[in-house]
Design a protein around this ligand. Structure first.
Ligand code: HAM
Length: 421
């Protein structure tokens, strides 16, 4: 029996790949326009990097990481997200020295052992962005505006939900208020009972309907922000208003990773069932220091490429596969031989060219040209070969022209390329 791919690991095949290229190309263009630079970081890291950053009591670290012992026994983990590896690289390469404000992005696969469903995979891909060095609220507004622009440029619509999770100064007072509130509920689910002890904020993210009903009356973190965090959040909202980015404040939004401080946000769609977050992120002002680097603030987000691709495909906005520039149909061995050389020379001119190497009938070769969505077909049969000419057919207008062939193939192809372009 044939060996199949792992559950939750998906091939992205030709026909789908064009959508992915479109997403990457669009994102790169916008990221560059904001001064972000691409960084490539390894997929495998030491497990402690993720434990220290994402948090020991998060779902990701407790249940979802692909962690295994290396041959020498040390614990390795396939990155479940991009922030920790990028920050590790930022610290290790002292990137803050040359660039006190450093804007980095990486695009690639992440791994989480979750239950696969529509829009949720075990290997998924993120566009992951980190802006380091500035805690100014306009940086937060700029980053969210950039995320919104990527979505808009892809032709999609999502809503931006924002919140502030405060800082180590104001979080304890909120945790206490939340714990007091939770203490009044007597039918919490097992997960919430556990989280109450280990990570109270996370109870607000519980999917259990009874718990959710209770939490509607939970205290709001926004009522517990210290003066600095409160004014930071007001300035973030003002920045978004200035840039005319629409948002809604959702004071119950908590994130599944522990490193966040102050601004957090999610880009939400109604079109993907329960996996509604197309992107998410926030500020993490203590994280670089916590990972052994300088005291540098930061903010970032991750966008799920599978979810973007699904939205594009389902809304009919996915780009169609482009056709090739030229198909070469040659009949008979001598014409085949000459066209074999022309084909290569046309590729040197930068054109996308295909030809049939099996000497099939003209009808069959024209069919192949149609399938390849060729703009032009060059036809050379025995007659054309004898008369030193080719027929060039415009596949859209069906107009045909005879072109005399010369022995200077390179020059001849250069001229033909100008006709085709
Ligand atoms: P996250 O919310 O865990 O944040 O993931 C960001 C995005 O990745 C999600 O909104 C979703 O679109 C996508 N995603 C997550 N898990 C899956 C999955 N199993 N299948 C498909 N897509 C998925 C982070 O990862 C943070 N590192 C974001 C960040 C960067 N915060 C600051 N900087």
């Amino acid at each position: 029996m044939a060996v199949k791919a792992l559950k939750g690991f998906k091939d992205i095949i030709p026909g789908e790949v064009e959508t992915w290229q479109f997403i990457e190309h669009t994102a790169r263009e916008i990221l560059h326009s904001f001064g972000c630079e691409e960084i490539k970081v390894p997929i495998l890291e030491k497990t402690k990097l993720f434990k220290r950053s994402i948090g020991e009591t998060t779902d990701i670290v407790e249940k979802e990481m692909y962690t295994f012992a290396d041959r020498n026994g040390s614990s390795l983990t396939m990155r479940p997200e991009g922030t920790a590896p990028v920050l590790r690289a930022y610290i290790e390469n002292s990137l803050h020295v040359a660039k006190p404000i450093c804007k980095l992005f990486t695009i690639g696969p992440m791994f989480r052992h979750e239950r696969p469903q529509k829009g949720r995979l075990r290997q998924f891909h993120q566009i992951s962005v980190e802006m380091l060095g500035l805690d100014h609220p306009r940086q937060d507004a700029e980053l969210m505006a950039m995320a919104a622009l990527i979505i808009q440029r892809l032709g999609l619509t999502v809503s931006l939900e924002i919140n502030s999770l405060g800082c180590p100064k104001c979080r304890p007072a909120f945790n206490k208020a939340l714990l007091d509130f939770i203490g009044t509920i007597d039918d919490l689910c097992d997960d919430c009972l556990r989280r109450r002890e280990s990570n109270p904020l996370r109870v607000l993210d519980c999917k259990n309907e009874t718990c959710q009903e209770h939490y509607k009356d939970a205290p709001s973190i926004l009522d517990h922000l210290c003066a600095d965090c409160d004014s930071h959040f007001s300035e973030v909202k003002k920045g978004l208003d200035l840039l005319e980015v629409n948002y809604v404040v959702n004071s119950f939004m908590v994130r599944g990773l522990d490193y966040y401080t102050r601004t957090t946000f999610e880009l939400i769609t109604n079109d993907l069932g329960s996996q509604s977050a197309v992107g998410a992120g926030g500020r993490y002002d203590g994280l670089v220091k916590q990972l052994g680097g300088p005291a540098v603030p930061g903010i970032g987000f991750g966008m799920g490429m599978e979810r973007l691709a699904l939205l594009l495909q389902e809304s009919g906005k996915a780009p169609q596969a482009k056709g090739i520039d030229l198909f070469i149909a040659a009949l008979g061995d001598a014409a085949q031989e000459r066209c074999f050389v022309i084909c290569q020379a046309m590729r040197r001119q930068g054109l996308q060219v295909a030809m049939d190497l099996q000497d099939r009938s003209l009808k069959n070769q024209m069919k192949q040209a149609g399938k390849a969505k060729a703009s032009y077909t060059l036809i050379m049969g025995e007659d054309e070969l004898a008369q030193n000419r080719v027929v060039l057919r415009n596949m859209e207008t069906r107009e045909q022209q005879d072109i005399t062939f010369t022995n200077d193939i390179e020059n001849w192809c250069r001229e033909l390329a100008t006709v085709i372009n």
